[in-house]
Design a binder for this molecule. Structure first.
Ligand code: GLC
Length: 458
């Protein structure tokens, strides 16, 4: 992850060094063994093109694989099928069958873990950036750093490989990065003589103005449902307020703080004061996106793809949308924090097609696929060359903002992150739906987090 906050930087650097060391060891092991591994598995049927060297480095040209991936966008052309067609054109003897995964990352994970731990599941899957610790610890993903060389890992933007690493092995190939952004209605801000808000106070006051003039029904839409997305949104408010979830070695909760209560009280006020819809406690990305695209909200908090989706046919806000870094609380340095999300490509340890899996993973993280994701679907590419190329930057307005964002990662370095996150989103959702108060919810969440980390920690 591209940590920019001092607290987590040294950890990320440490991990990066460990990863580099691990990869060197893995690469020399492959060299020494004459590449006898075809991906560690039951490689039969994988049809590697020229023996095991090709298989180990992702150069196989034959095979047939299944790819499990949730929809990357919420409307418009499906990036998954665009990418598969281009891949099959480049590799006519590898066929890819798409298995459409659930949209909600939690349901996606639950379905997948049941399948893989039962010995089945897809060959390659698109999985969340928060999964490496849990999936690595429970053998739900193959350690890709054993199969793909250091030169491959060097192609990624700084920090992403570290984020996909658990105990010195890289489990996921970074496929696209997500960050939280503030989307706004350019036309309304301009009509009312308002500038893009850099503080939450300003956002609320702009929202009230536009709502009172009847220009929009809502001021702000975000993700507050009982799921992972609510954790992502809360991480931003929490970091803006100066709070943290875990102590520095991830052994104890650090959530029971006045900053955490301040963050949640503000989030609650958005709903209480009718800036955000009363139904915010049921909103995932899709509902927030649809409300904004319908023209019903002045502001939207969403990930990178939201720009392209807001401009897809059927949207009522084509040509009217701007994108900016998130706001923060008054008195804090701007901008506010953006949570880091994104998706990696993982290989099922039970896959019988590992040689072709590796070819597919390599291609999907290479120039052509990454350029498609960035220019057609406003995703942040993980491939450094694509990310910095000027024609890609010109075609993706979200990328222009990436150099200005301030990032906060979720504390997913512990295999028990699912429980940690559940504690957070349960608290947020309870407050937004009116069943508890910010201070009571934070206390309960903090206790649950302590239980979760004491059950395993790192
Ligand atoms: C996006 C992010 C992912 C996050 C999810 C939450 O898909 O990329 O990291 O967990 O949203 O809904």
């Amino acid at each position: 992850m591209v940590f920019k906050n001092g607290g987590t930087f040294s950890r990320s650097r440490r991990i990066r060094m460990q990863v580099a060391a691990a990869i060197t060891v893995a690469a020399s092991a492959i060299a020494l063994s004459g590449c006898s591994s075809s991906g560690g598995g039951s490689g039969s049927g994988s049809g590697g093109s020229s023996g095991s060297t090709a298989a180990a480095s992702g150069n196989a040209t034959k095979g047939s694989i299944t790819w499990w991936a949730s929809p990357i966008t919420t409307s418009g052309t499906d990036p998954r099928t665009v990418l598969i067609s281009a891949f099959e054109k480049a590799y006519p003897n590898i066929s890819v069958k798409l298995v459409s995964a659930p949209n909600d990352t939690d349901t996606n994970r639950a379905t997948l873990t049941t399948q893989i731990s039962g010995g089945g599941g897809p060959d390659v899957y698109m999985g969340d950036v928060i999964w490496p610790a849990q999936f690595g610890a429970h053998q739900l993903a193959a350690p890709l750093s054993k199969y793909l060389p250091q030169s491959y890992w060097n192609t990624f933007a700084n920090g992403l490989v570290a984020g996909a690493t658990y105990k010195n092995q890289v489990y996921g190939a970074p496929f696209f990065e997500d960050q939280g952004f503030l989307y706004y209605r350019k036309d309304i801000l301009q009509a009312d003589g308002m500038s893009v808000p850099t503080t939450w106070d300003q956002l609320v006051s702009d929202a009230k103005t536009a709502q009172s003039k009847g220009q929009v029904k809502y001021g702000y839409v975000f993700q507050g449902a009982d799921y992972e997305g609510a954790t992502c949104n809360y991480m931003e408010f929490l970091a803006d307020a100066g709070g943290k979830v875990l102590n520095s070695n991830a052994t104890k909760s650090a959530l029971d703080s006045s900053a955490a209560v301040k963050a949640l009280t503000f989030e609650q006020s958005l709903v209480k004061d009718n800036i955000a819809p009363a139904a915010s406690s049921t909103f995932q990305e899709t509902q927030a996106m649809n409300t904004f695209s319908a023209g019903d909200s002045l502001f939207l908090r969403n990930w990178d793809y939201a720009y392209s989706t807001s401009q897809a046919s059927g949207s009522n806000v084509i040509g009217k949308v701007g994108v900016a870094p998130m706001p923060t609380f008054s008195g804090q340095s701007t901008p506010g924090y953006s949570n880091i999300g994104g998706w990696n490509l993982y290989m099922n340890p039970h896959s019988k097609n590992q040689a072709a899996d590796l070819t597919f993973i390599k291609w999907m993280t290479g120039n052509d696929a990454q350029k498609t994701l960035a220019t057609q679907f406003s995703e942040i590419p993980t491939n450094q060359a694509v990310r910095t190329s000027s024609d890609v930057k010109n075609a993706n307005p979200v990328l222009a903002i990436v150099s200005k964002t301030k990032l906060i990662a979720r504390p997913s370095q512990t295999p028990n992150y699912p429980e940690v996150s559940k504690a957070i989103y349960t608290a947020v959702n309870g407050v937004l739906s009116g069943s508890t108060t910010p201070s009571a919810a934070i206390k309960t969440a903090s206790n649950s987090i302590n239980t979760a980390v004491s059950n395993g920690g790192l």
